[in-house]
Design a protein around this ligand. Structure first.
Ligand code: 5GP
Ligand code: ZN
Length: 114
């Protein structure tokens, strides 16, 4: 296992507030939430960035997006609206190099992207 904070969260070696899990994915509350709803969805397997996603991983990405929509629904922010995003590499704001989908909602988000 690489020395990776999200691998450790998936393995239960670092505590987290779990939101959802299945054989493939694990979702938990962001420790520094940027909105009332801020959940991270990660694959159990270590993939550093979106750049490393293969064609074979593509169906899993779809399931990550579907999980995001279900979590937004469960958190009550699906109808009002929310945002999903992948930050990619340092210039894209990525600080943890284990693929993760942000799900942000529960407040009105500024239009556009910083
Ligand atoms: P990035 O900037 O890489 O797209 O997002 C990384 C996110 O992971 C940040 O929003 C940060 O707050 C969150 N994060 C970093 N370390 C931990 C941790 O140990 N536990 C949890 N729950 N979230 C973390
Ligand atoms: Zn990892």
């Amino acid at each position: 296992m690489p020395d990776c904070v999200f691998c450790k969260i998936v393995a239960g070696e670092i505590p987290s507030t779990r939101v959802y899990e299945d054989e493939e994915l694990f979702a938990f509350e962001d420790v520094q939430p940027q909105a009332p709803v801020h959940v991270l969805i990660v694959p159990r397997k270590h993939i550093p960035t979106l750049n490393d996603v293969t064609e074979g991983d593509a169906p899993m990405i779809g399931r990550m997006m579907r999980a995001g929509a279900r979590i937004a629904q469960a958190k009550g922010t699906a109808a009002a609206g929310y945002r999903t995003l992948f930050n990619v590499n340092a210039g894209g704001g990525q600080t943890v190099f284990h693929l993760h989908l942000h799900v942000l909602g529960g407040r009105t988000l500024r239009p556009g992207l910083g």
